[in-house]
Design a protein around this ligand. Sequence first.
Ligand SMILES: *[C@@H]1O[C@H](CO)[C@@H](O)[C@H](O)[C@H]1NC(C)=O
Ligand SMILES: *[C@@H]1O[C@H](CO)[C@@H](O)[C@H](O)[C@H]1NC(C)=O
Ligand SMILES: *[C@@H]1O[C@H](CO)[C@@H](O)[C@H](O)[C@H]1NC(C)=O
Ligand SMILES: *[C@@H]1O[C@H](CO)[C@@H](O)[C@H](O)[C@H]1NC(C)=O
Length: 255
Amino acid sequence: MAQRITIQLLLLLAWVAAVGGARTPTVRARTELLNVCMDAKHHKEKPGPEDKLHEQCRPWRKNACCSTNTSQEAHKDVSYLYNFNWNHCGEMAPACKRHFIQDTCLYECSPNLGPWIQQVDQSWRKERVLDVPLCKEDCEQWWKDCNTSKTCKSNWHKGWNWTSGSNKCPVGAACLPFHSYFPTPTALCNEIWSHSFKVSNYSRGSGRCIQMWFDPDQGNPNEEVARFYAAAMSGAGPWAACPVLLSLGLLWLLS
Ligand SMILES: *[C@@H]1O[C@H](CO)[C@@H](O)[C@H](O)[C@H]1NC(C)=O
Ligand SMILES: *[C@@H]1O[C@H](CO)[C@@H](O)[C@H](O)[C@H]1NC(C)=O
Ligand SMILES: *[C@@H]1O[C@H](CO)[C@@H](O)[C@H](O)[C@H]1NC(C)=O
Ligand SMILES: *[C@@H]1O[C@H](CO)[C@@H](O)[C@H](O)[C@H]1NC(C)=O
């Protein structure tokens, strides 16, 4: 009898070890979701301190994926970064433009977007972000502040006329108030960069959504958000405890 239990225990231990071993790659992938830079056009290879980040990019200066140069360029109208012209339908209102600058700072500087990085087959970058859960207030304010500005497209990634070197409205795309192309905050934030964002139902300060704007004196709130989603995505949900619970159950049966 004692011998049989010993064999069962050995089988059990072998099984637990096998399950644990099978999970190892997942655990390794998960650590790479935190404190990383995407492989794109201007990102640094690894995040690190950048004391001299410019104006709106300053919140990231303790740990950033952008260089000082990138942070300066992020504040220009048609910068060398992407030659993208915010003023494609007349001058964009400064209150609106500051959100696009902040969006650029987040995209270029944040080391906390790892959980949403995807491989892409694009000439100008190897990776992008998809469905970053933007805090709903950040999106609502963006939409409200762009109320008086105009545009001619709802997806700003594709379909421009680039023959002049910067983006111009394609023939037939009329310049209309933002709200004609983006009827809701969600339409703006989700559609403008081909679903790079997916507006969250969570609020700023919840630790469950990415903040485009934050006060660095309180630390970077997006670190916690990335940790939360990285853990959720690598399967550390309720089922992660399964092997442990099964083992305990078996041990109880054997005792
Ligand atoms: C940033 O670097 C690019 C390429 O080296 C250069 O053309 C540009 O002038 C620089 N921008 C600033 C603000 O220094
Ligand atoms: C946006 O501006 C229009 C007028 O251009 C106004 O009717 C509307 O109430 C404004 N909406 C918001 C959300 O501010
Ligand atoms: C693109 O813009 C140029 C002028 O910059 C114009 O000559 C050309 O017809 C435009 N092409 C399209 C497809 O809109
Ligand atoms: C979003 O949150 C509000 C209030 O917190 C809640 O009433 C609503 O049902 C939520 N919507 C979704 C889609 O989760």
